[in-house]
Design a protein around this ligand. Structure first.
Ligand code: MN
Length: 282
């Protein structure tokens, strides 16, 4: 893997994301319970569930905690950073329920990829998806935490039958306020030119992986995210749909910033925006 290094011109080179993202409420729902963040060192999608606007609170709070943590400690090991961010997100979701019992049962998926400029890590909980598109091949890099995926793993359900299963949306693990749920967090091997797609099930329930691969083959990242969202809407748009697509590039470091998507754009959805403590500056 290519690391942070000095070139012959004396310029620091780092690995980062160059990405674009879209979140659409869809054609059926009245509110967008998806949240997302697309920045040069972190990209994530969170798909919230829960009544009384609690789905928005769960996804926005989790998206805020993870993105703000990533921005506050840009040089830290991405595996450790994401583990810490999931712990804090669980605490914040539990706090949100304690403050308003109508939010009981709220939860969110989280699929996040982060880098410190050399190493990458993936954190995953729930049924949003991460994909790697490399050399023309689309590979799933997250494993669904769903009842139907468990049946597939046990050999009692065919992968091809998953999209039609009546329980396909039953999620077994999530950011739900449980301090014991740490998620799946692991290093991810990415090289310049790799394209990473993160999406909520509003895309992947409605657009099959062959069609997703064709769209990525035929289009640049900017055009591809629009085509992906359009494909979900053309298939009925029955859920909120969020797509983030980034290419891994090597170049000079950029100041960390990014774009917020969906429910996390509304600060009222964040349980406690002071929860992420910025490191003291010297
Ligand atoms: Mn969804």
């Amino acid at each position: 893997m290519v690391g942070k290094r000095w070139t012959s011109e004396g310029v620091i080179r780092v690995l980062r994301f160059s990405g674009v993202a879209l979140s659409h409420v869809g054609l059926v729902r009245s509110d967008n319970e998806d949240s997302g963040f697309m920045g040069p060192s972190c990209m994530l999608v969170a798909d919230g569930v829960g009544g009384a606007a609690a789905g928005e609170v769960a996804s926005a709070t989790t998206a805020y905690v993870v993105s703000a943590t990533a921005l506050s400690v840009p040089d830290s090991d991405p595996v450790a950073m994401l583990r810490g961010a999931i712990r804090l997100a669980q605490e914040q979701v539990a706090l949100g329920v304690a403050r308003d019992p109508r939010r009981a049962g709220m939860a969110t998926t989280l699929t996040a990829v982060a880098t410190d400029g050399k190493r990458f890590a993936l954190a995953h909980l729930g049924d949003s998806r991460g994909y790697l598109f490399r050399d023309g091949t689309l590979t799933r890099i997250s494993r669904d935490h769903t009842w139907v995926q468990r049946l597939v793993d046990e050999g009692s359900l065919a992968e091809a039958d998953v999209p039609y299963h009546r329980w396909r949306n039953v999620v077994t693990r999530s950011v739900n306020g449980d301090p014991a749920e740490n998620g799946d967090v692991a290093e991810l091997d990415l090289v310049p030119g790799d394209r990473v797609l993160l999406a909520s099930d509003g895309l992947t329930d409605l657009v099959d992986e062959r069609d997703i691969a064709h769209i990525l083959t035929d289009h640049t990242d900017d055009a591809a995210v629009e085509h992906l969202v359009d494909a979900a809407l053309a298939a009925g748009g029955r859920d909120n749909v969020t797509c983030l697509l980034a290419t891994v590039i090597e170049g000079p470091p950029v100041s960390a910033d990014g774009a917020l998507l969906g429910a996390v754009r509304d600060p009222w959805n964040i349980v406690d925006a002071s929860a992420v403590r910025m490191p003291h500056s010297a």
